[in-house]
Design a protein. Structure first.
Length: 250
């Protein structure tokens, strides 16, 4: 029922020539996918060069962040309509690195989510607890709070265009992955909360990705969980062979 979404978050890596080589390798290989969606989210500076290369391929284009206004005096910021014009269909919002290093709050992420949807972009809304919160048994309550804040005021119809990425912060870039069972438990809780925010049919239609040190050797067991509908992949999305293997999870 849900089409898995495998997404690569390149973070602040790669210039044009490396980015072109990576998307050419991905699009040349991933020509036979019928049951899953693939997305790459390069730095802003590559979007204009990569969009024409991805046009007509199985690989969609997304951005890693955006502002919530469509224009104005916001030096250094990028508007949602600018991303749309360049060919983006998704935008990552509220990644833990943005929450941690740039002070992004649920309220700000909520404004961005509304703006993304108003401009025809599908937001990938990231949630996840830090290590101390997990160790003190607060993982679920932290994630539920982030969901309620980030998704406030969205209709059921809008929620169907939202992707949730559960990314335990302690698992990002560390090589430590949540066990499939622990990840599944949080994903099920997220889906229950999405049902409370809308209705069960809507919650059942929403893609919930797992992120945090997803690699070729752990993707299969994560994707086997009933409420894990895809992956948001950082480090392993920078190498064509690794990301292709992740996309081709069994
Ligand atoms: C991420 O940045 O969203 C991420 C999950 O990174 P990594 O796969 O490197 O842990």
């Amino acid at each position: 029922m849900r089409r898995p979404l495998l997404a690569g978050n390149w973070k602040m890596h790669y210039g044009v020539s490396e980015g072109v080589a990576l998307v050419e390798a991905l699009s040349a290989d991933l020509t036979d996918l019928t049951d899953r969606d693939v997305l790459v989210c390069p730095p802003f500076t590559l979007l204009g060069s990569l969009a024409p290369l991805l046009d007509g391929t199985a690989v969609a284009l997304g951005a890693q962040n955006m502002h919530y206004e469509t224009k104005g005096a916001f030096t250094g910021e990028i508007a949602p309509n600018m991303l749309k014009e360049l060919g983006c269909s998704y935008v990552i919002l509220g990644h833990s690195e943005r929450r941690q290093y740039f002070g992004e709050t649920d309220e700000l992420i909520n404004r961005k989510a509304h703006a993304a949807l108003a401009n025809g972009l599908k937001p990938i809304v990231c949630v996840g607890e830090v290590k101390a919160e997990r160790d003190s048994g607060q993982a679920e309550s932290v994630v539920v709070g982030q969901l309620r804040g980030s998704l406030a005021g969205l209709s059921a119809e809008q929620l169907r265009s939202v992707v949730i990425a559960y990314e335990p912060v302690w698992a990002i870039g560390t090589g430590d992955t949540a066990t499939p069972a622990d990840a599944q438990a949080i994903h099920a809780r997220i889906r229950a909360e999405l049902a409370a925010l809308s209705d069960q049919a809507t919650a059942d239609a929403i893609i919930i990705q797992y992120g945090g040190s997803v690699k070729p050797d752990n993707v299969d067991e994560l994707m086997a969980q009933p409420d894990i509908d895809g992956a948001l992949v950082g480090g392993a999305s920078l190498k064509a062979a690794d990301f292709i293997r992740i996309v081709r999870f069994k």
